[in-house]
Design a protein around this ligand. Structure first.
Ligand code: HEC
Length: 260
C-alpha cells in the first residue's frame, strides 16, 4: 500500500478506537459494578433526546430540586432543551428569587428571570444538612462529571434501593437506607422516585426506570451542555483533514508525476 493511504488508514483506525473508548464505562465507586447501560448520547454521533431532556427537567424540578441545588445553571440555559425564549421566561417566573438590596437596603422577593441562576432549595449548606439529618444533598450541576460512571451511576443509585441484606442489618441508622450502588451501600437519601409519581404528557412510561433515565439524561446534559457542538466540530475537523490529505496526495502525484 502506498505510504499516504497507509497513514490515512492508520489515522482512521486511531480515531475510531478513540471514539469507542469514550463509551467505556468507568467502574462504580461502590462495590457493585454498574449495569451496562447504553445512552442516546453515547458515541461519536450520539445526541441528546430533547423530549427525554424535558421530562428529566420536570423530574428535577418537581422532585430533586426540593433538596438539591444546581447552582451552575441559569434558566436561560433551558433553551438547550428545546424550549422557546417565551417558554423559558414562563418557567423562570414560576420561581421566587431573593434580590436586592433595594434603595432602602432591604432584600426583596421577585419572580425569576431567564438571567437568574436556578433557585437553590436552602439558604446555605448548613441549612441543607440540617434539613436532611446532617447529610448534605450535593449540588447536581456537575454530578455526572463528579462520579465515576457518570449518568449510569446516577441512574443506578436512583434505581438501586433494595431490602437491606441480613449482613447489613444493624449498620443502617435512622434516616439511612440501603442502596446497592452507593459507596458502602448506605445512603442518607430516601428513594426519591417510584412508579407513577410524575405524570408524563407524551405517553412515555411512568415508571421508576424511565424517570431515573430521564433525570440522569438531564443531569448529564447540564454537566456538558455543549457536548453535541463539540462532537460535531470533531467530526467536521476529521472530515476536513481526510479531504485535505486526499488533496495533498493528488498534488504530490501530479508534482512528482514523471520524476521518480
Ligand atoms: C428529601 C431530599 C432529597 C431529594 C428529594 C433528593 N435527594 Fe438526592 N440526596 C439527598 C441527600 C441528603 C443526599 C446525600 C446522601 C448521602 O451522602 O448519603 C443525596 C445524594 C444524592 C446523590 C449523590 C450520591 C453520591 O454518590 O454521593 C445523587 C446523585 C442524588 N442525590 C440525586 C438525586 C436526584 C436525581 C433526585 C431527584 C430524582 C434526588 N437526588 C432527590 C437528598 C435528596
Amino acid at each position: 500500500m502506498r505510504p499516504l493511504i497507509k497513514s490515512i488508514a492508520i489515522i482512521c483506525v486511531i480515531t475510531l478506537v478513540g471514539f469507542s473508548a469514550s463509551r467505556v464505562q468507568a467502574s462504580s465507586e461502590g462495590d457493585t459494578p454498574l449495569p451496562n447501560k447504553t445512552w442516546h448520547f453515547d458515541g461519536a454521533l450520539g445526541t441528546f433526546d430533547k423530549a427525554a431532556l424535558q421530562r428529566g427537567f420536570k423530574i428535577y424540578k418537581q422532585v430533586c430540586s426540593t433538596c438539591h441545588s444546581m447552582k451552575q445553571m441559569y434558566y436561560r440555559d433551558l433553551t438547550g432543551l428545546g424550549y422557546t425564549g417565551d417558554e423559558v421566561k414562563a418557567i423562570a417566573s414560576e420561581f421566587t428569587v431573593i434580590d436586592g438590596p433595594n434603595d432602602e437596603g432591604e432584600m426583596f422577593e421577585r419572580a425569576g428571570l431567564p438571567s437568574d441562576h436556578f433557585v437553590s432549595p436552602f439558604a446555605n449548606t448548613k441549612a441543607a444538612a440540617y434539613a436532611n439529618n446532617g447529610a448534605m444533598p450535593p449540588d447536581l450541576s456537575l454530578i455526572t462529571k463528579a462520579r465515576a460512571g457518570g449518568p449510569t451511576y446516577v441512574y443506578s443509585v436512583l434505581t438501586g434501593y433494595e431490602e437491606t441484606p441480613h449482613d447489613m442489618e444493624g449498620k443502617i441508622l435512622a434516616g439511612q437506607h440501603y442502596n446497592k450502588y452507593m459507596k458502602g451501600h448506605i445512603i442518607a437519601m430516601a428513594a426519591p422516585l417510584s412508579d407513577g409519581m410524575i405524570a408524563y404528557e407524551d405517553g412515555s412510561p411512568e415508571t421508576l426506570e424511565q424517570y431515573a433515565e430521564d433525570v440522569s439524561t438531564f443531569l448529564h446534559w447540564a454537566s456538558d451542555p455543549h457536548m453535541q457542538q463539540r462532537k460535531r466540530l470533531g467530526i467536521n475537523v476529521f472530515l476536513y483533514l481526510l479531504a485535505f490529505a486526499g488533496v495533498m496526495y493528488a498534488t504530490k502525484r501530479k508534482v512528482w508525476f514523471d520524476k521518480h
